[in-house]
Design a protein around this ligand. Structure first.
Ligand SMILES: [Zn+2]
Length: 141
């Protein structure tokens, strides 16, 4: 599923992470589900395409793909979510408010495919939701 991050507006498209080139709000067509106007949320570009994330007032989401000359190429499903973040990219001070030293060590070890203690990782995973609520960061381990 293609995902637009609700805060950074980064787009995960076919497994690639794209930063927005514009957050302009334009009328970009009509919703195929309910016929209401579609408004753009964010524009992204790849080497060969423009990608436009849009929604209607009924919160139907759509990702439209165009070539570089703005010829329509196709529509894709889109969801809005919170981008998952690797443990090593999160500030230690933040991690330490929720996780123990042993849990942090083993989350990092797991991320780096190093040996880790399974129980520590299980305990850490049980706290991901709490961490997400506190910092709005979804951990991807
Ligand atoms: Zn709609």
């Amino acid at each position: 599923m293609n995902q637009l991050d609700e805060t950074s507006h980064n787009l995960i498209f076919e497994g690639k992470r794209l930063e927005p080139v514009s957050l302009d709000c334009n009328m970009v067509g009509f919703c195929s589900k309910c016929d209401l106007d579609l408004e753009s949320l964010a524009y992204h570009s790849t080497e060969s395409n423009w990608l436009v994330c849009a929604h209607c007032r009924n919160e139907h989401l759509i990702l439209m793909r165009y070539d570089r000359q703005w010829n329509w190429q196709g529509d894709y499903d889109l969801e809005i979510g919170t981008e998952k973040v690797s443990v090593s990219s999160i500030a230690k001070e933040k991690l330490e408010t929720v996780f123990t030293q042993a849990e942090i060590r083993d989350m990092l070890a797991y991320e780096q495919s190093a040996p880790y203690t399974r129980q520590n990782l299980y305990r850490a995973r049980a706290k991901y939701e709490k961490f997400e609520k506190l910092f709005g960061i979804k951990i991807d381990v």
